[in-house]
Write a protein that binds this ligand. Sequence first.
Ligand code: GLA
Length: 762
Amino acid sequence: MIKEKQLRFQIITKTTTYLFEVTESGHLKHYYYGSVLSEKDAENWEISNSVGWGCSVLYRQEDPSSSLHTTPLEWSGSGCGDYRESPIEVEGDWGVLTTDFRYQSHKIYSGEGPHRFLWPRAEGAEETLEICLSDPEIAMDLRLYWSVFGDVICRKALLINRGENTRYVRKLMSSCVDFAGEYRMLNLHGDWIREAHPEISSVGYSRIVNESLTGFSSNQHNPAFAVMTEQTNEWSGDAYGFNLIYSGNHYASLARSSANLTRIMQGISPANFRYELAPGESMETPDAVMTYSPEGLNGMSRNLHEFINSSLVPSYWRYRERPVLYNSWEGCMFDFNERKLLGLAREAKRMGCELFVLDDGWFGTRNDDTQGLGDYNVNLKKLPHGLTGLAERINRIGLQFGLWFEPEAVNENSDLYREHPDWVLQEPGRKPLQGRNEYLLDLRMECVRDYIVRSVSQVLDSANITYVKWDMNRHSNILGAGSMEYILGLYEVMHRIFDPRPEILLESCASGGNRFDLGMMTISPQIWASDNTDPMERLHTQKGLSYFYPQSTMGCHVSASPHMQTMRHSEMETRGNVAFFGALGYELDLDHASYENKKKIREQIKFYKKYQKVFQFGTFYRYDTDEDHEQWQVLDGDTSMVGVFRRLGSAAPGFEKFSIYALDPDQEYHVTTRSQTVNFSRVGGNINYLSPIRINPNGPLFFVVDQRLHITAATENRTHSGRALAGGFVPMPLFAGSGYDGNQRLVGDGGSELYVIEKTER
Ligand code: GLA
């Protein structure tokens, strides 16, 4: 609900109040963002400063409280006494202009307010507040918007040139706000195969900037971040979540001012940005997303997950379970033919998969990554019955069929490039640069957009394709506003292809998670989180993403061990237990998987299918753990899963105590461990104490046994109240090498357990 009384605005979400008012000078003064305030509190809330401070400049000489620099604001400009970073910069013919936008009028819309550009946006806004501001001295108007979705507020800005001269926008943020007090920031940094690692810093007097300059939202600096106090942890304390519904160069900055006000802004990156506004023209920003929870980072994540699952992803896929898929890439790379694929599909079906995805290498001369990209004509040498025939055969096996594309890029060695070298994204007079042997196509050009729409649509209509993996494998070189126009072109292309085909599950990918963002999610309900599927690495990436994105959006695959990038050995059970907390898939050569591993895969998929809704859409909780452990929980109604992951085991570990929160304290729950097995190779020479026969742990027989026989790990089986589980229960002791009788937990380095918690019938 949005209320206004004497130009004091209250934006009331399910559990929060956001409060600001128009000052006498017409500026917007921010008061409060936190748990819901009573009407009386909201009316009396004040942050007052009735004297000018030191050398501060007054906006109105007669009003000593009018220093903009010491006022918490909802928006600001430059040149009028606020010396903090401004969310807007505009240039006229004679240089950079002072900007000072003041209140004119406002309007409260039920539902979504007006919008102009084709920016992706969430659907189903409850109400929208529009405030019209104006700076008559430069003949420009600014409209600011706040829209309510559950416990999320979206903000955006629209700048209009009312004058007779052209203006140039050098910076226009989507939102800006000042919070009184001191904060920490949690953001996600990374790179290829190291995506979304959380980083926490104190917000001090020097500005922190979280920005992407690669042309995309990037694996280096995800646009999402959290702001919290010193006391905040996963379960309690103030936690504010921020994000941007945009897939290009983004910018967020945080800095504490000398008056102890923390300014937070976010929007399109202003680096090299210059956007021309002719008289009468306007520029609208993408939406910024904000939420608040007093229940720590888990509460913040819950608000954001609910927003994404219910308002942001395409309507057909909202709360619709994602199929368990098999992807051909890590198993085959470019080296396959129809026979190999059908063999894998049969095996994937036996394992319980629902969808077979043919990754790169199916078209043109695409036998490695140096050639063929751009030519989407099927390679009949590899696939003699074409895609139509392959899809039919895969469907007959009982699987859906999905396909990989990389439509934004082209290899130099391709027919498309030979025909249209001018379609490559480049600055006039400069040689375009390659990344992964490819150029980007210039999606600002209508003919390029038409080509992509036509070629991808033709393929999609040629076979029964129910899933698309849309890849993009390099950073961009285009600067500033050009990069924004590329992203707008991309959104247009994707909408034209997928709006008429809502039932196709689109999984966006960019060398893994190089474009894991809310803009993509408005079209692509699932995103490939990382090319790195090593479970120990995935603990970082999936945990990092979980702060801001729900499990349903994360493509999480089980692959082979040792892992191709980290060379690390891992347990099949741990690979599964980590991937369960997302949209599960398998990506390994099943022809090479051992009998015992295939058995485990079958059991994993059966288990996951039973609890798919809990894993994909349950409320997600992270636990505050030490460096060697992670503990994650999902909860849906009466069922909860708790994953406990161990990076490094320790000697003589003794008893452990786990707490399980988020349950009803007065209900009783049955706790079991998902039944798992452990490879003999994990216990080496100990095999001679664990098995009745003696085997040389370095001999060939040991290898054969390890392929076919595994040790069944001990399982818990107990019933406790939610209150007792929150207090902490003590599971069976960990194996310590001094004996095993089936009642010790076999965990060790890289081991994991999954507890299934179900409410009992009383
Ligand atoms: C990228 C993707 C991978 C795979 C390859 C194919 O690296 O992230 O998942 O699709 O391209 O070339």
